[in-house]
Write a protein that binds this ligand. Structure first.
Ligand SMILES: Cc1cc2nc3c(=O)[nH]c(=O)nc-3n(C[C@H](O)[C@H](O)[C@H](O)COP(=O)(O)OP(=O)(O)OC[C@H]3O[C@@H](n4cnc5c(N)ncnc54)[C@H](O)[C@@H]3O)c2cc1C
Ligand code: SF4
Ligand code: SF4
Length: 1013
């Protein structure tokens, strides 16, 4: 089939721009202080969540405070535009997509309003993230214990909206068991306090009477149809007046009307604040990992294990174990939990204050498994660190699964059905059989303690007909629901109803209770202001107009500049094998499929350890988030942003603050590599618009540097004259507030002759040889680093050969050209380097570099330039200085004489070092120095990022990134030596703190002891 043009590929979306939406935007702009985002790209970024759906909103509003929300609700009501509140949009069922005004609570409405430690109660705004609340509660020894896997992203408002449930729900219950009160904006424009019914007055008391009457009228129906399991989150909580949950909703048996809004998915009101129950942080936890030779036995054992009173029982099945094993970061963690090759493991946790009692419970588990004829099946974990690491693997479960390349993806629609434990084994067997009959399979994991197992069959939603994803999804849903009914379970047991399970609400509860739900909606929201057609009167789950990837979804044709063929594949759902690179039928050569690896789970909305995503960390804008960027690219590549959108303003703006740190390459569970994608877009833009003067200046640096160095004095005048700096800012956009790297007449190459370097022949003949590749930045601006590297390597007995061309030319990786989109020029540079190094790498000699972004270009981007196997050979043997030292020291080949360290060493890692998991080698290398106290700064990107921080337009963003954690840490460590391998990082530290940071090579050289000294 011919590929479509952008306008042909474009699908008309819901919520067209019309007079009403224009009036809405206009009035929001005039009457609020919030952000009003009505352009197509912004709406597109809020058209999806972690589900399979996509619906264009009318517009997006980001309120700054309660007054903004109040005003927006009033305006929307007058204009009859429905409103959809949104947190992190990590919902899996389409709860946060709709043709509404989407209101993002997560950017500003995120304060802890009050903490009452004595009564264990906190009141919060809806946009606060769970982990951020718990971080503030830690000093009081308390936490909010609904520990969802998305705790680093999920907002309390979203958690209440979905009635979320954590891994430890068997011990603490779901959200509904942990909400004590709520202030809610109702559809009539009033704000009401909802709490224990006895305390309610006015309108709130009237609603309580209305719902109680409904519950009384439908008593018999509730008794007959309401699932008696803890994990029932579908429908409205009509049973607060006739409790059916395995766990009471309140501690004292009272009825709390706030619970009506929990799990209502924003359909009954807009939460203004939540009062939450807190629990003491358990002082101790122990874990027993039970290994099973059969999946069925694991499922059958869960009902017995829960009798021991664990705080969690979580399943990880064979496939998940294998996927975790394939991930270098997870392999040692999972292997520590295994006995042989189990088909499944159950993570059984006991927690509390009395460690001795927990150890007794652990012994009881071992005895129980013996009684169940499974002796020697338990791996005890009593220390905190291995337990924490194993929980991380379990929490990453879904994301590990989602990394499957190709159009078939694990699809969430029956992933949290809950069945009573005695039926769990039979249910999982039967559902596995259903999958098999439909030519697919699923991976099982998660909450065995409460009968809620996660499973996602692999389906290709783009394929139509009886073999297509939508057809199979409905068939599997029908059969799964029949099983849930047979075992008296709950169809929606954790993730809510949204678009994909709303249809099953009537099925689950019966027509009369469904009618009662409709009456509740009508009573509270007669004009359908809040999230219409959810829970009550929902659309069909398989309505193709709602899908993100409907049948026949196509992308535009482009000739990519980089090689994306590894993503251009298809997969087999049964075997999960993928076809050969390049065979996936992608009109963009695999670029679109790489972009589509973003599943919208929102893991990139993180502020904790790791690098991803510095621009989101400073802005909290969806536009400046990895997910927002991937969505913008996906919309552009599928023609949904109009013609030429890939090189247009919306994509340019979304990528503007991307510092190409590669944080996402490592931290994104599906490996979305936005830095690489930005290179591709830059290349496409370059092909369309050509290079700007600034681009040419930046890209050509390696070429004109030898010439410029001769005029160092003259060029450095710019750093001393504000007038020249301002002129530079006007002409080139380089910030006058920055000093540029200072040119040196005395470059590394001028000094190389006196450093005892060897020629190629000597290097090839030497028993211990290394090739030092000196990059443009270290060679010209900080030659002392390269000189130090030579000293250290020679002191350790290496013959050091300088990488250069046949006629002594300097070699360049092409990075400056790549980053400005000049891929052909970059390829020429890289080719020259690859050819020059071939004889040396052919003999297994390592290529050692000093600048992480340059050296790691050899490892990474150079492979995508189409230079064939020689580039791979260079990539395989390119090592950063500290990696080489660590490798050689481990092999016993690196042992110069050292002086002891006199100051602590505080290390900031370059983003690319972190992205490639190389910080261990920096620490190990520095620890070769006797007495070295090495500490890593837990920092994201320094914000300088090549030329980014030098640009006037990015100066403020750059400094904000640095101030997130790096600069405060440096300022706080007055007595330490600051270590940073990245040229830009050192400049940023100097600019921000006035402190000079040193390259590892300099630190090692400073601690060398000359023989005999
Ligand atoms: C990888 C992954 C793992 C997950 N693991 C779990 C898990 O362990 N347990 C679990 O329960 N869920 C889990 N989920 C689902 C999801 O993360 C949770 O439901 C989460 O609590 C949603 O929070 P959010 O901020 O993303 O809410 P959103 O998705 O933004 O919103 C959720 C609902 O709340 C409504 N809402 C948001 N703010 C308000 C407000 N101010 N007033 C009224 N309504 C509002 C929205 O309209 C929507 O209906 C997982 C999802 C993913 C992708
Ligand atoms: S970019 Fe990665 S982490 Fe972010 S939503 Fe997409 S898949 Fe998740
Ligand atoms: S490369 Fe860095 S800044 Fe860009 S999207 Fe990824 S994490 Fe964010």
């Amino acid at each position: 089939m011919d590929s479509p043009t952008a306008s042909e590929a474009h699908r008309p979306s819901a919520a067209p721009v019309n007079d009403t939406s224009r009036a809405l935007a206009d009035r929001l702009r005039r009457h609020t202080r919030g952000e009003v985002l009505f352009d197509t790209a912004s709406r597109g970024r809020f058209a999806t969540d972690a589900s399979i759906y996509q619906v264009m909103p009318v517009g997006v509003f980001v309120p700054t405070d309660d007054a903004d929300v109040q005003a927006a609700l009033d305006i929307a009501r007058e204009l009859r535009v429905p409103v959809l509140p949104r947190g992190a949009a990590s919902s899996q069922c389409g709860q946060t997509v709709g043709a509404c005004l989407v209101v993002d609570c997560s950017k500003h409405l995120r304060r802890v309003l009050e903490v009452d430690p004595a009564n264990r109660v906190a009141t919060v705004q809806p946009g606060l993230v769970l982990d951020h609340l718990n971080a503030q509660l830690k000093v009081h020894g308390l936490w909010h214990p609904v520990d969802v896997s998305t705790s680093a992203q999920a907002t309390l408002g979203g958690m209440a909206g979905n009635n979320s449930c954590g891994s430890r729900s068997i011990a603490y219950g779901n959200m509904v068991h942990n909400v004590l009160g709520a202030d809610v904006w109702l559809a009539d424009g009033t704000t009401q306090r909802f709490e224990t019914v006895d305390r309610l007055t006015g309108r709130a008391a009237g609603i309580a009477r209305f719902v109680r009457a409904l519950a009384d009228t439908h008593g018999a129906e509730i008794d007959a149809h309401w699932p008696r399991v803890l994990r029932r989150v579908g429908g409205y909580n009509l049973d607060i007046f006739r409790p059916r949950s395995e766990r009471p909703y309140t501690d004292d048996g009272s009825v709390n009307l706030a619970h009506l809004f929990v799990g209502a998915e924003g359909t009954l009101g807009f939460t203004r604040s939540l009062t939450l129950k807190l629990a003491p942080l358990p002082r101790a936890r122990v874990l027993g990992v039970v290994n099973f030779e059969s999946f069925h036995t694991a499922m059958d054992s869960a009902q017995h294990i829960v009798t021991l009173g664990p705080s969690a029982v979580e399943l990880v099945d064979r496939t998940m174990i294998e996927l975790a094993r394939a991930n270098p970061a997870f392999r040692p963690v999972i292997e520590a939990a295994l006995i042989g090759a189990p088909q499944a493991i159950l993570l059984v946790e006991f927690s509390g204050d009395d460690r001795a009692a927990l150890l007794r419970q652990l012994r009881a588990l071992v005895e129980l498994m013996g009684d169940l004829k499974l002796p020697d099946s338990v791996v005890p974990m009593t220390d905190e660190a291995p337990q924490k690491a194993l929980w991380e693997v379990r929490k990453a479960g879904l994301n590990i699964m989602m990394s499957l390349k190709g159009d078939g993806k694990p699809v969430s629609f029956i992933e949290d059905c809950a069945v009573p434990l005695q039926h769990l084994a039979e249910y999982t067997d039967a559902l596995t059989d259903v999958f098999r009959r439909h030519g697919t399979r699923g991976t099982w994991y998660a909450h065995a303690s409460v009968g809620t197992l996660h499973v996602r069959p692999i389906l290709d939603m783009r394929q139509g007909g009886p073999n297509g994803g939508a057809h199979k999804m409905r068939a599997i849903a029908d059969e799964a629901s029949a099983l849930v009914r047979r075992f008296k379970g709950a169809y929606s047991g954790e993730h809510g109803d949204g678009l994909c399970r709303g249809e099953w609400v009537a099925w689950q509860f019966g027509p009369r209770i469904n009618q009662a739900f409709r009456a509740i909606k009508r009573e509270l929201d007669p004009d359908n202001l809040f999230c219409p057609n959810r829970i009550v009167d929902p659309p069909r789950m398989d309505d193709p107009s709602l899908f993100r990837y409907p049948t026949g979804y196509q992308t535009i044709t482009i000739r990519p500049a980089l090689d994306w063929s590894a993503w251009n594949v298809q997969n087999d759902p049964l075997t999960e094998t993928t076809t050969a690179p390049g065979s996936g039928g992608d009109a963009s050569g695999g670029f679109a499929k790489a972009v589509e690896m973003c599943n919208n789970n929102g893991h990139c909305r993180k502020f904790d350890a790791g690098t991803m995503c510095p621009s989101y960390r400073i802005t909290r804008d969806e536009q400046h988030l990895t997910r927002g960027r991937a969505n913008t690219l996906r919309l552009a590549l599928s023609g949904q942003l109009g013609d030429d959108a890939l090189t247009g303003d919306a994509v340019r703006d979304a990528l503007d603050l991307c510092v190409s740190c590669k944080g996402c390459r490592r931290d994104c569970p599906t490996g979305v590599d936005m830095a690489r994608m930005k290179l591709e877009v830059q290349a496409q833009r370059h092909a369309r618009f050509g290079a700007t003067l600034k681009d040419r200046l930046i890209a050509g640096l390696p070429d004109y540097a030898p010439w410029a160095a001769r005029f160092a004095g003259l060029l450095n005048l710019r750093n001393r004259s504000m007038r020249l700096a301002r002129l530079g800012e006007r002409l080139l956009g380089l910030s006058a507030r920055r000093k540029l790297p200072a040119w040196r007449r005395e470059t590394f190459w001028n000094q190389a002759g006196a450093l005892g370097l060897v020629d190629r022949a000597a290097a090839l003949a030497a028993p211990k040889a290394v090739v030092l590749w000196v990059d443009t930045f270290n060679g010209n601006f900080e030659p002392d680093n390269a000189v130090a590297a030579v000293r250290v390597l020679r002191a350790a007995g290496y013959a050091v050969h300088l990488a250069q061309g046949a006629r002594g030319e300097r070699l360049c990786c092409g990075r400056t050209y790549l980053s400005t989109g000049q891929v052909d020029a970059a390829r020429d540079k890289a080719r020259a380097l690859v050819e020059a190094l071939q004889p040396l790498v052919a003999r297994g000699i390592a290529i050692v570099g000093l600048e992480p972004s340059c050296l790691l270009t050899l490892r990474d981007e150079i492979r995508g330039l189409g230079l064939g196997p020689p580039a791979d050979t260079v990539a395989d043997q390119a090592l950063l200085f500290d990696e080489f030292v660590q490798r050689e020291a481990r092999a016993g080949r690196f042992a110069p004489l050292w002086r002891s360290a006199s100051r602590p060493l505080l290390v900031h890692g370059h983003c690319h070092q972190k992205a490639f998991g190389l910080m261990g080698s920096v620490v190990d290398t520095l620890r070769l120095i006797p007495g070295a106290q090495v500490e890593l700064i837990e920092s994201s990107c320094c914000g300088m990022a090549g030329s980014f921080g030098y640009e006037a337009a990015h100066h403020d963003a750059s400094m904000q990134m640095a101030e997130l954690s790096l600069l405060p840490a440096v300022r706080a460590a007055a007595g330490a030596t600051i270590v940073a391998d990245g040229t830009s990082c050192r400049h940023q530290i100097a600019d921000g703190t006035g402190r000079a940071a040193l390259h590892v090579a300099r630190v090692l050289a400073d601690h060398l002891r000359e023989p005999g000294a």
